[in-house]
Unconditional design. Structure first.
Length: 264
């Protein structure tokens, strides 16, 4: 009988010791409560917890990635959009994360949703599409200030997607097409202006040097003559054929004078 009691005591003692041994990995901490009072943070590694008297709550200290569900946001220019985001945070002080808030994960999720709607509602649609980095930083700063009392650090916030309805998507596409057309016309006009200015400068330089004009004319004729399948008709400049005309007139005048002298 006594032997059985001793065996029972040893078994109970072994169970008690086994239940008291706790091992936490490097990324976890244990918030200790003794008779209902928070008495410290344990871990990582091996430590003992007195059953019934003490209670331990594990807290993961790694960076947690939380998706913020799509929120309907009305922008400052009265455009309704669906926006979702992702929040990166980690617990810095495990005791505050357990004592100061009932469920810090749910609290951060709700706070992220309301902050996302509040911040984006103060900006135009163009800001949501073009200045995401600025909006991400603004939302992250607000969340980090709110969660500091909970011992939580919000490391980053990223707006994942801004969804528009079909009519607004078509309107933005038309606007982008009109903008591209406007830029193309401006570039074309600037090119025409530069070409006209270059032609004007070239004309002034050629007009100042008649020899340069003649050389340019001859070069143009040479370029046109390179095409063997083309028939080219071009006028001769008067300054080139005028000496020939004068010589022909003098020759004709000499012939008339000779004929007159030879009459009987």
């Amino acid at each position: 009988m006594l032997f059985n009691i001793v065996i029972a005591v040893i078994v109970l003692l072994a169970i008690f010791v086994f239940a008291s041994i706790k091992i936490l990995p490097e990324y976890e901490r244990g918030v200790m409560f003794t008779l209902g009072r928070m008495t410290g943070v344990k871990g990582p590694g091996l430590f003992f917890v007195v059953p019934i008297i003490q209670k331990m709550i594990k807290v993961d200290m790694r960076v947690t990635v939380m998706d913020v569900p799509a929120q309907e946001v009305i922008s400052r220019d009265n455009v309704s959009v669906q926006v979702n985001a992702v929040v990166y945070f980690r617990v810095i002080e495990a005791n505050k994360a357990i004592v100061e808030v009932e469920n810090f994960f749910t609290a951060i999720s709700q706070l992220s949703q309301t902050t996302l709607r509040s911040v984006l509602g103060q900006h135009d649609l163009d800001d949501m599409l073009a200045e995401r980095e600025k909006l991400n930083t603004h939302i992250q700063e607000i969340l980090d200030r709110q969660t500091d009392a909970w011992g939580i650090k919000v490391a980053n916030v990223e707006i994942k997607q801004v969804e528009l309805d079909e009519s607004m998507t078509r309107a933005i596409a038309r606007q982008a097409e009109a903008e591209r057309s406007r830029r193309a016309k401006i570039i074309n006009a600037e090119g025409e202006l530069q070409a006209a200015e270059n032609l004007r400068d070239a004309a002034h330089q050629l007009a100042a040097e008649p020899q340069a004009m003649q050389l340019r004319y001859l070069q143009t004729l040479l370029d046109m003559g390179n095409n063997e399948n083309a028939t080219i008709v071009f006028p001769l400049p008067m300054d080139l054929i005028e000496p020939l005309l004068k010589a022909a007139k003098r020759h004709n005048g000499d012939d008339v004078a000779d004929n007159t002298d030879s009459r009987p």
